[in-house]
Design a protein around this ligand. Structure first.
Ligand SMILES: Nc1ncnc2c1ncn2[C@@H]1O[C@H](COP(=O)(O)OP(=O)(O)O)[C@@H](O)[C@H]1O
Ligand SMILES: [Mg+2]
Length: 225
């Protein structure tokens, strides 16, 4: 059997006396879209933090395409093709949509804003191609008209789409989506469903967590939300 995009074996993570993840096994195949459902507090975000390297000190093995990553830095994991979105959006609200996507091209998961802006400055002077690619990604998520809009001025649904574009900017093989439909109205959720279908068609594997069934089951059945 060939290596899966993501394999988790016996992942356990404790915060002091609280066991947030207890012996989780999980496998995500290349190019597939899988969902994890659980109520608030079940440990979903903790699983993502462990995969991305934002939560350290867990035990068990995490492999990307057959290679152990659980001792690597968040940046090193991102460079191996891992990207994520956050349950509580982490956009740079005082930067434009285009600048947010450019920031995502640095395969950043855990870096500081200063680091990202420093590298962004280098991009500005050198990389016209990066701007073109960022504009293409904005068009892909339906935000081409909003390139110059401050992220914080976008509607909530559009901010979530912008997070997807920023995550894609690192050219991931695997994207982790933490409650991407949270706070969306039904029309926005249906649009997100379509968008994630298009992401899948690009060959990007996705692992999606949510606290209710709607978005995850829409993918399982292929029906619109
Ligand atoms: N950094 C942290 N320190 C201590 N406890 C945490 C931390 N992050 C999450 N927890 C706790 O771990 C449990 C799982 O949280 P979380 O992973 O955020 O769940 P979910 O995303 O499924 O709602 C909760 O009881 C939460 O309070
Ligand atoms: Mg969560």
């Amino acid at each position: 059997m060939s290596a899966a995009e993501l394999e988790i074996e016996g992942l356990t993570l404790r915060y002091g006396g609280l066991t947030a993840i207890d012996g989780l096994d999980l496998r995500v195949e290349t190019g597939s879209l899988d969902g994890l459902i659980g109520p608030n507090g079940a440990g979903k975000t903790s699983v993502f933090n462990a995969i991305c390297g934002l939560a350290r000190g867990g035990s068990g093995a995490i492999l990307l395409r057959g290679e152990r990553i659980d001792l690597l830095s968040p940046d090193a994991r991102a460079r191996r093709g891992l990207a994520r979105t956050f349950q509580n959006l982490r956009l740079f609200k005082e930067m434009t949509a285009l600048e947010n996507v450019l920031a995502g091209m640095h395969a950043e998961i855990g870096g500081s804003l200063v680091e990202i802006l420093t590298r962004l400055g280098r991009f500005r002077s050198k990389e016209r191609a990066a701007v073109r690619e960022a504009r293409d990604l904005l068009a892909f998520v339906g935000l081409d008209a909003a390139a110059g809009t401050l992220a914080g001025s976008l509607s909530y649904g559009d901010q979530r789409r912008l997070e997807v574009a920023r995550a894609l900017a690192g050219r991931p093989n695997l994207m982790l989506l933490d409650e991407p439909a949270a706070g969306m109205n039904p029309a926005e959720t249906a649009g997100l469903n379509d968008l994630l279908g298009e992401v899948k068609a690009r060959g990007v594997a996705m692992l999606l967590v949510d606290h209710d069934m709607s978005l995850v089951s829409a993918f399982a059945t292929g029906s619109p939300c």
